[in-house]
Design a protein around this ligand. Structure first.
Ligand code: PLP
Length: 412
C-alpha cells in the first residue's frame, strides 16, 4: 500500500491561473473582436540584455572546447559568481562568498529551506502572501487544514492591509505560540510595498528577542529607487544572527526562463538541536544542497556574473526602470480615479483596494467585460487579498498606456 503524504490534500486548489484562463477564454469566444490586454503578468517581457547574451555565448563556446569544458560544478555555485556577488551586492555588509549558495532560482530555495526545521515549528507569514511560503509548510505538515476562508489553523497570519499601510505588525499571540520562523518579502509581492530601515529593525529585534528566524525574500530589491530603503536585511544591525536572505535574477535581470538565484546563509545563524545546543544552519543547508542539488549550470552562472558588471548593471537598470514606469502609470491612473492603491514605487506591482465590498473575482469580470483587461484577483494571494487586485508593470509600454486609457473609462 503506497500511502501518500496526506498533507498534500490540504493544499488549496491551484485554480487561480487556470480559472483566470478559463474566464478569459469564455469571454474571448463570446467577444472575438475584443483586444485583450494583460496587466496581470508575473513574468518579465524580456529580452535578455546584450551583456548577458554575450556571456552565455562565450560560455556555450567553452563547453565545446576540450580545454574549457565543465561538467559537474560545486553544488554551492562557482567561486567566480559567489565572489562577484559578495563584492557587488554585499560590499559594505558582513557577508562572505562562502555564505552564498547559488541555485536555480529563489522559488526552490524558499520552498526547500523549511526542510531544515522541526515538524512542529510555528510559521508566521504576511497575508496576502507569495503562495510558496505557505504551501511548502502545508506540504510539510506544519499548517494543518484550512478553514472556509482559506486560513490554515497552524499558520500565524500577519495582516497587511490599507489600514496598516501594508506594514505587518508583530504577532499578537500568547508567548507559547510565538512564531519560530517568519517569512518576510520586501519589496512585497503582491502589495508592492517596502519597509523602511526602522520598520525592518523592529522585526530583526523581535527575532533576536524571541529566538526566531527570519526568511527574507529580496527578489525585488533591484526595483528599489528610494534612497534609504534597505535592499538587504543585512543592512539591519543584528540581522546576521537571525536572518537568511533569498535573491533571484528572475525579475532583476529577466532570468525567469534562464533560472538563477541564491540564498545567503550567514554562519552565525543557528537553530536549536535536540540536546539544546545551537546548530549553524549554514552546515545544514550545505548538507541539504550537496545531497539533493547538483548545482546551477555553468553557462547560466556566467550569465548571472555578467549582470554584476558595470554594463550589466546599466542594462538591468534600464529594464527595471521601464517596468517601474509602467507600474507607476497604472498607480497614478487609479489614484486620479480616487481609489486606494499601493505599490508602483520601488516595485513592479500595483495593489488596488477595490471599492466598497467588491470582491476580487467580481472585479476581474467587470474589468474584462468593460475594459478587456486581465489582472490577478487578490484572493489568489490569501484570504487577505479578497478585496484587492494585482496589476503588474511587466507588460510592454504601448499596451500599458492603452490599458490605462481604458481604465480611466471604467464605471465602478
Ligand atoms: C518571482 C518571485 C521569486 C523568484 O522566483 P525564481 O524562482 O527565482 O524565478 C521569489 N519570490 C517572489 C515573491 C517572487 O515573486
Amino acid at each position: 500500500m503506497t500511502r501518500i503524504n496526506a498533507n498534500y490534500l490540504n493544499l488549496p486548489g491551484g485554480y487561480l491561473f487556470s480559472e483566470v484562463a478559463r474566464r478569459v477564454a469564455t469571454f474571448s469566444a463570446a467577444n472575438p473582436e475584443a483586444r485583450i490586454i494583460r496587466l496581470g503578468i508575473g513574468d518579465v517581457a524580456g529580452p535578455l540584455s546584450p551583456v548577458v547574451i554575450q556571456a552565455l555565448q562565450k560560455a556555450v563556446a567553452e563547453q565545446g572546447e576540450a580545454a574549457h569544458f565543465r561538467g559537474y560544478g560545486p553544488e554551492q555555485g562557482y567561486d567566480f559568481l559567489r565572489n562577484t556577488i559578495a563584492a557587488a551586492e554585499y560590499a559594505e555588509l558582513p557577508v562572505s562568498p562562502d555564505e552564498i549558495f547559488i541555485s536555480d532560482g529563489a522559488k526552490c530555495d524558499l520552498g526547500n529551506f523549511q526542510e531544515l526545521f522541526a515538524a512542529d515549528c510555528r510559521i508566521a507569514l504576511t497575508d496576502p502572501v507569495y503562495p510558496v511560503y505557505a504551501d511548502a509548510n502545508v506540504m510539510a505538515g506544519r499548517a494543518g487544514r484550512a478553514d472556509e476562508d482559506g486560513r490554515f489553523k497552524g499558520l500565524i497570519y500577519l495582516p497587511c492591509t490599507a489600514e496598516n499601510n501594508f506594514v505587518p505588525e508583530l504577532p499578537s499571540v500568547p508567548a507559547q505560540e510565538r512564531p519560530d520562523i517568519i517569512y518576510l518579502c520586501f519589496p512585497n509581492n503582491p502589495t508592492g510595498t517596502v519597509l523602511t530601515r526602522s520598520q525592518l529593525q523592529v522585526w530583526v529585534d523581535y527575532a533576536r528577542e524571541n529566538d526566531a528566524l527570519i526568511l527574507f525574500d529580496a527578489a525585488y530589491e533591484a526595483f528599489i529607487r528610494e534612497p534609504g530603503i534597505p535592499r538587504s536585511i543585512y543592512e539591519i544591525p543584528g540581522a546576521r544572527d537571525v536572518a537568511v536572505e533569498f535573491r533571484s535574477y528572475s525579475k532583476t535581470a529577466g532570468f525567469t526562463g534562464l533560472r538563477c538565484g541564491f540564498a545567503v546563509v550567514p554562519k552565525t545563524v543557528t537553530g536549536t538541536g535536540p540536546d539544546g545546543k545551537r546548530v549553524p544552519l549554514h552546515a545544514l543547508w550545505n548538507r541539504r544542497q550537496t545531497t539533493k542539488f547538483n548545482g546551477c549550470s555553468y553557462i547560466v552562472q556566467r550569465a548571472a556574473e555578467a549582470t554584476h558588471s558595470p554594463e550589466g548593471k546599466a542594462e538591468t537598470m534600464a529594464a527595471t526602470d521601464a517596468y517601474l514606469a509602467n507600474a507607476r502609470a497604472i498607480r497614478d491612473a487609479f489614484e486620479s480615479m480616487g481609489l486606494t492603491v499601493a505599490g508602483g514605487h520601488n516595485s513592479p506591482y500595483v495593489w488596488l483596494r477595490l471599492p466598497g465590498d467588491m470582491d476580487s473575482w467580481q472585479f476581474f469580470d467587470l474589468l474584462l467585460a468593460q475594459a478587456h483587461i486581465v489582472g490577478t484577483p487578490g484572493a489568489g494571494f490569501g484570504p487577505g487579498g479578497k478585496h484587492y487586485f494585482r496589476f503588474t508593470g511587466f507588460g510592454n509600454q504601448a499596451d500599458t498606456a492603452e490599458a490605462i486609457d481604458r481604465l480611466r473609462g471604467l464605471s465602478l
